[in-house]
Ligand binder design. Structure first.
Ligand code: ADP
Ligand code: MG
Length: 256
């Protein structure tokens, strides 16, 4: 695993047509920290995660990872220039992304799913990557499922493969967008346990979730978003137990 993973989001705005979805977001995630983002549906959480790895091009503002601008470079005249697609893809390999809907390749085994990106995107030798991929599958509790195709895995197992796949790129930060929302309730715990293990190993994580208990237990910082802005953020005990804003209180009353 690569070290560091310092994410800075500065003054980010994003509109879709007339709808302003991000209205000036500032967020700092320091290396090894776990930031949990909560907020109502439609508040811009997914758009923010997608903006962090340049899957969504922002209208205004900047994102950087360990001091490197994401998606842009600054010319000698100080002008921002969007990077070429190839360079953006290379940057993105530093940022793991785990989606709500696991998005595994159905025709590949669990092992092949984990091996694919480090070989194709990072050009690493397959044999070396395979050794690491097996270790990652073991880490997420799936050592015995390496040769199984996704359709024969439960949702929780598929999501754990997706986590192993994200880690195989040795990312500096891993973004999770509602990683347990598509799971049957009895499978949520096994996925949260894997994320907790990552958190305690010092991986920088940004997790969008409605699992408030998880946030309380694991988050360094809880961020409450509403209508495209960060309404408040702070340690879980502050934001979840003593929210300062009425909007945070109203949201927590609904989900707790
Ligand atoms: P959240 O993840 O908090 O539920 P999203 O970031 O997914 O919120 O969406 C915020 C708003 O932006 C929603 O109103 C959504 O419909 C809208 N939106 C998201 N992506 C697009 C898109 N590609 N085109 C148009 N509208 C979008
Ligand atoms: Mg979302």
């Amino acid at each position: 695993m690569a070290t560091a993973g310092h994410v800075e989001v500065r003054g980010v705005h994003k509109s879709f047509g007339a709808l302003e979805v991000l209205r000036g977001v500032d967020l700092e995630v320091r290396p090894g920290e776990v930031t949990v983002i909560v907020g109502p549906s439609g508040s811009g959480k997914s758009t923010l995660l997608r903006a962090i790895n340049h899957l969504e091009k922002v209208d205004r503002g900047l994102v950087s990872l360990d001091g490197d601008l994401i998606g842009y470079r600054r010319t000698s005249h100080g002008v921002l220039q969007e990077l070429k697609e190839r360079d953006i893809l290379r940057q993105r390999t530093h940022i793991g992304f785990v989606f709500q809907s696991f998005n595994l390749f159905p025709h590949l085994t669990a092992l092949e799913n984990v091996v694919e990106a480090p070989v194709s995107a990072q050009g690493r030798p397959r044999a070396e990557v395979e050794v690491e991929a097996r270790a990652l599958l073991a880490r997420v509790g799936l050592a015995d499922k390496a040769d199984v195709h996704p359709r024969r895995l439960s949702g929780g197992q598929q999501q754990r493969v997706a986590i192993a796949r994200a880690l195989a790129l040795r990312p500096k930060v891993v973004l999770f967008d509602e990683p347990t929302s598509a799971l049957d309730p009895e499978l949520v715990g096994e996925v949260l346990d894997v994320i907790k293990d990552l958190a305690s190993s010092g991986t920088t994580l940004v997790v969008v979730t409605h699992e408030i208990g998880f946030a309380r237990e694991v988050a360094t910082t809880v961020v409450f978003m509403d209508e495209g802005v960060i309404v408040e953020q702070g340690p879980p005990g502050q934001v979840l137990d003593h929210p300062r804003h009425e909007r945070t209180r109203a949201f927590l009353d609904k989900v707790l």
